[in-house]
Design a protein around this ligand. Sequence first.
Ligand SMILES: [Zn+2]
Length: 463
Amino acid sequence: MSEEEIEIIEDDGNEGGQQVDGDGGAGPFEKKQRKKKSSIWDEMTEVVLDNGTVKVKCNHCKELFTKSTTGATSQHKRHLTSCLQRKMAIREQSKQKQQVLSFTEGGSDGITSITNSLFNKFMKAVSPFYKKINRQTVKEDCMSTYTIEKRKLKSLLKGAGRISITTDLWKSGQKIQYMVVTGHFIDSDWVLQKRVLNFCNVPPPHTRVIIADALSKCFIDWGIENKVSSITVDNASYNDVCIRRLREDFSLRKRLMQDGLGQLGGVIDVVREGIKYLNNSESRLLEFAKIKKQFQLPSRKLILDCPTRWYSTYLMLASGLEFKDVFPRYADIDPGFHYVPTDFEWMKVEEVCKFLGIFHEITDMISGSEYPTGNIFLVELYRIKELLNEKALDPFEHIRAMAGTFSVIYGEDVAPKFMAEIRDILYELYNAYVDCHVVSHSEQQRQVIKRRQNEGSTSSSKK
Ligand SMILES: [Zn+2]
């Protein structure tokens, strides 16, 4: 059957629905068609043969089907799912869509040209499979690309140790003020990376608070608030105060505490949930107090913390620690109470609380407002430094401690041999590093290192 035998029905009174343009690309002089409800009518058309029979034609393969008198479309749907021409068209369309959308990477000019109706007409003429791309499609495509790229960058940032930030503000042609934040870091393959982390509209006034907040929101969003090593800004006056504010926000002190609390992991949650559970009911608190009395513990209260304030978490743990014997007893009488830390966990809590207690005391002392603090600040800060030195094992100490365990593990006779072996490997590594990175390293200096290495191995064999 040839194409001329078929004419398109332009008005179908039986089907409801609003009046729409029959075809997105149709000219203004063509008659309007009614939209049919079933989704098959996007891909099938009603036709009347010469003999007057009404048929349904697949737009893809032009095959004809009988039209059901009840309006049922299931056989047509079945055809569409298996139509080979349609499958090809879909594959072609998605390929074309990718290629056409790559125009948009060039910016707004690209978007304007592909949503242009002339362009769409041209593409339709070139390829029968072409499907019009509108602004909505372009937008969705941009957003999905953005989401995918963001996820990739987030995992890349996770592997970065320290991140340096550069940021600046400027005005666009439409007088819109933008802030851009760029992160510079070394990835796990030792390659220097530079990525735009934020490009956002920051309306004036550009006070330090607004800028500091925008930056800190950006850092938290990327999960890098604890990794920022430096922030480079221009010499605008608001930047000074802005950076000072940020420094306070992400201060070393806070990080230290969060690290310390991080060591405790799940215990904090257990204690917190336990206290919440008890606080939820007056009778639970009463039972808890009874057991407290049996243990002859002071009538102090359990404290619920505010999770973002390290000292309030410290106070909560310290209060929980006092009642650590009450927790399992209470669990015996209340089957709904599952918040009993193990002895080992309490031990860890005790260790960290001892440490944080001193910090808490010092912070309290130097942030006092009713007495001068300038004279005690340095002394107290030094106390913190000493405390940290005490807790931190320096790397040399670490290796020496390791050497001590060798004789225990392998026996006195074999241990020196292993130790010498490891020492040689370390020197070899060091030399390889020096050879490939320090080109300017003079031969003389290298000899010094070699000599030192030889001395090291002879002294170890003498032992
Ligand atoms: Zn078909």
